[in-house]
Design a protein around this ligand. Structure first.
Ligand code: 4AZ
Length: 250
């Protein structure tokens, strides 16, 4: 995260850190159910679905290179589900699910440093200008060589599809499955390493996962907001893959 501030995991206990055995830290994610982490498809290669042993997932982590045995929980990956319509060229449908499993076969245990985030109700659309927050271990500057050592969060505002698709911004590259968010002074943004992590928005005293960090031109660059996967378009996909119960309309 560029701009924003360092924050303990207890303030954002649904943040997951995904590691690859060979490359180290890979991507962020969000715990949406005790056994399920929602993340971005572009964090993986298609072949990874058959090679899940190379990944591990941590909850309760505030520092990327430090172990806090009393707050963190570690998991192996039982299943990786990449959206079958993920488009590598334009990042449409940039969404994936990880089914996690601890050494003793269990899932996440609720604590001050690990808990699930709510999925937004069906078809919820928030207005442009609505303030939301992003979080991750991604780079603090576009030019940095390293990811952030500590978890950061930042405040960003949602943009309308029309504004984000204008010529100055992303000129029709924003599909209905994407949502843009940025800070009015372009000081705060997601950056490399934040991918897969959460864009959460508060409503009615609760925090809802509205977006997944997906892409953007540079980081905190003028007229180039962060682009997020629009989670509300995937309620059915998530339900069908996880079989998490959801309320129906009516
Ligand atoms: C990346 O490379 C990346 N400014 C993620 C988010 C943004 C840019 C790049 C948004 O993973």
């Amino acid at each position: 995260v560029v701009g924003g501030s360092f924050t303990p995991i207890e303030s954002l206990p649904w943040v997951a850190a995904i590691f690859n055995r060979d490359y180290g830290f890979l991507c962020g994610g969000s715990l949406i159910a005790p056994c399920w982490v929602l993340t971005a498809a572009h964090c993986f290669d298609k072949g990874d679905e058959k090679n899940v042993r190379t990944f591990s997932v941590y909850l309760g982590k505030t520092a990327i290179n430090e172990t806090h045995a009393h707050t963190e929980q570690s998991f192996s990956v039982e299943k990786l589900i990449i959206h079958s319509d993920f488009n590598e060229d334009n990042y449409n449908n940039d969404i994936a699910l990880l089914k996690i499993k601890s050494k003793n076969g269990g899932c996440a245990v609720k604590s001050a440093s690990a808990r699930t985030v709510c999925l937004p109700p069906l078809h919820t659309k928030l207005p442009a200008g609505f303030q939301c927050s992003i979080a991750g271990f991604g780079k603090e500057k576009y030019e940095s060589w390293h990811y952030s050592q500590y978890l950061k969060q930042g405040e960003v505002k949602l943009l309308s599809q029309t504004q984000c698709n204008n010529k100055l911004y992303y000129e029709d590259r924003i599909s209905e499955n994407m949502i843009c968010a940025g800070s009015p002074d372009w000081s705060t943004d997601a950056c490399k390493g934040d991918s897969g992590g959460p864009l959460v928005c508060g409503a009615g005293g609760r925090m809802f996962l509205f977006g997944i960090v997906s892409w953007g031109e540079g980081c905190a660059k003028e007229n180039k907001p962060g682009v997020y996967t629009q989670v509300t378009n995937y309620n059915k996909w998530i339900a069908s893959k996880t079989r998490l119960p959801r309320y129906t309309e009516g």
